[in-house]
Design a protein around this ligand. Structure first.
Ligand SMILES: Nc1ncnc2c1ncn2[C@@H]1O[C@H](COP(=O)(O)OP(=O)(O)OP(=O)(O)O)[C@@H](O)[C@H]1O
Ligand SMILES: [Mg+2]
Length: 262
């Protein structure tokens, strides 16, 4: 379980997080929503150790990690999978190289192991057939073709899936997604939502998803937190979000209207 306690962060005079406290329960899928610039990505970057807070703390499985050294963070990050905002694949690397990058960074060089992990992850995100269908000659060709492609040859939806596959290598316990459905059409978004829900169930991971998309929240989230100007103004179930009397919550729901709430 992840516990964020009174986390504050400013960049120069710009205060971005104001005493944010949030619990991310084990095995559940928690969505963090909020307007652009409300501090969602900054919060997530603190949880994975890419930013250090000015004050406050983060506990991961009961252990205070805020003062971890680089080496300790490096070791901890093996348990995390991170899907960056905008998928963020490296254009100069192939699909295979992009997917196994986290393992490579952790000094895994065994080609067979890297390929086994790539096959597992690409199959988990639906870009390859299931593992039990992976011993045919046809599969081998399909795998080689996909692996040698560069991101520029992929559709937006495929790039998102490759970004998720990269987060899955090394069997993480925690999956973090930063805007996994932004910039793709509603049908592809729904498929990505289904994938997030399915991975959470099948792999029993704890997932944290950042989004603007209320439709995704009501499709997948078990918990939802609303961030507004660096403060958590709501934390509860999606149903509680809908019925919250808080004016800030009501305003957010009105602005980011659900299509069926017309
Ligand atoms: N490294 C940084 N240096 C200075 N300011 C930063 C830095 N990172 C983020 N900020 C600022 O912090 C604020 C919150 O940024 P953040 O990226 O968390 O927003 P967000 O809620 O993820 O928005 P979006 O939905 O557009 O992705 C913004 O005003 C941003 O300019
Ligand atoms: Mg962001």
């Amino acid at each position: 379980m992840i516990e964020v306690r009174a986390l504050s962060k400013r960049f120069g005079s710009h205060v971005v997080l104001r005493e944010v406290s949030l619990q991310i329960p084990q095995g559940q899928t928690t969505y963090i929503i909020g307007r652009s610039g409300s501090g969602k990505t900054v919060l997530l970057k603190h949880i994975v150790g890419l930013l250090r807070p000015d004050s406050g703390s983060i506990l991961i499985d009961g252990q205070e990690v805020t003062h971890f050294t680089r080496a300790q963070w490096f070791a901890l990050r093996r348990r995390f999978g991170y899907v960056f905002q905008g998928a963020a694949l490296f254009d100069s690397l192939t699909v295979f190289e992009n997917v196994v990058l986290p393992l490579y960074e952790h000094d895994v060089r065994d080609r067979e192991l890297l390929h086994a992990e790539a096959r597992r992850a690409l199959s988990a995100v639906g870009l390859l057939p299931p593992l039990e269908e992976q011993h045919t000659e046809l599969f081998r060709r399909e795998y080689e073709q996909l692996c040698s492609k560069y991101p520029s040859a992929l559709s937006g939806g495929m790039r998102k899936r490759v970004g998720i596959a990269r987060a899955l290598v090394g069997a993480p316990e925690y999956l973090f997604y930063d805007e996994p459905t932004s910039g793709i059409d509603p049908v592809t978004s729904e498929q990505i939502d289904q994938l997030i829900a399915e991975l959470a169930q099948r792999l029993r991971v704890t997932s944290v998803v950042i989004t603007h998309d209320l439709v995704s929240v009501f499709r997948v989230a078990q918990r939802v937190a609303l961030l507004e100007e660096g403060r958590i103004v709501f934390d509860g179930s999606p149903q509680e979000l809908l019925s919250s009397p808080e004016p800030i919550v009501q305003r957010f729901l009105e602005r980011y209207r659900l299509p069926w709430a017309e």
